[in-house]
Design a protein around this ligand. Structure first.
Ligand code: DX5
Ligand code: ZN
Length: 217
């Protein structure tokens, strides 16, 4: 499977967002990971669809919007208008409306993803596998960049990847998000993730292009 790198702009200076995404594209990133936070689902507030609309003209890269918000379904249309390519939503914010919300994202012509926090059993999103374009396993509790990778994520990635393979979705995109560094990337890739979110590691790098290349394993 193709390994894709999705740097998170949470770790960057929002005042320079346009040039940041231009630089990410030049440095070989595959997606731009946009961490949307509402101050309710997670304590911090970051940005909303307006930021996505502002960076849209600066890159051709798919904009991978991670909605850490309550009532995500109230935002889908605005993200569509803003130019979002992927919208990923939390099981913990949707519970029994997750499938319905994923269908709504798809009906708007965007790719959809289901996200689970580190303390949510992987089985909770097994029923999304056929519909979702991407499944995101959080390797930190959402809300902040620069946190330590939670090691228990590895068996969770293996369990999800083997479920996808056994059920006829061997190429399903599985994204991992939080605490990814050059020292844990190999174990993350061998556990079955193929889309790698990295904020601090990329934006702290002396040579961004080299670091993005190294994160491809
Ligand atoms: C945390 C976000 C992550 C975070 C990753 O709530 O969802 O995308 O920005 O940042 P690092 O790579 O610094 O852990
Ligand atoms: Zn994220």
């Amino acid at each position: 499977m193709k390994i894709k790198i999705a740097p998170s702009i949470l770790a960057s200076d929002f005042a320079k967002a346009g040039e940041t995404v231009e630089k990410l594209e030049k440095c070989g990133a595959d997606y731009v990971h946009c961490d949307v936070m509402d101050g309710n689902f997670v304590p911090p507030i970051t940005f909303g669809h307006q930021m996505v609309a502002n960076i849209r003209p600066h890159t051709k890269l798919p904009l991978d919007c991670h909605l850490m918000v309550l009532h995500p379904e109230t935002h889908f249309e605005e993200f569509k208008k803003a130019g979002a390519d992927y919208v990923t939503i939390h099981y913990e914010a949707c519970k029994n409306n997750l499938i319905e919300n994923l269908q709504k994202i798809k009906s708007l012509g965007m790719k959809c993803g289901a996200v689970i926090n580190p303390d949510t059993p992987v089985e909770k999103i097994f029923d999304c596998v056929p519909l979702a374009d991407m499944l995101l396993i959080m390797s930190v509790f959402p809300g902040y960049g620069g946190q330590k990778f939670i090691e228990e994520t590895l068996p969770r990635l293996e369990k999800l990847r083997s479920f996808c393979v056994k059920n006829g979705y061997p190429d399903k995109e599985i994204e991992v998000d939080g605490g990814i560094t050059e020292s844990n990337i190999d174990s993350v890739l061998s556990a079955g993730a193929n889309v790698i979110v990295a904020g601090s590691t990329v934006f702290r790098a002396a040579d961004m292009a080299k670091t993005i290349g190294r994160l491809r394993g």
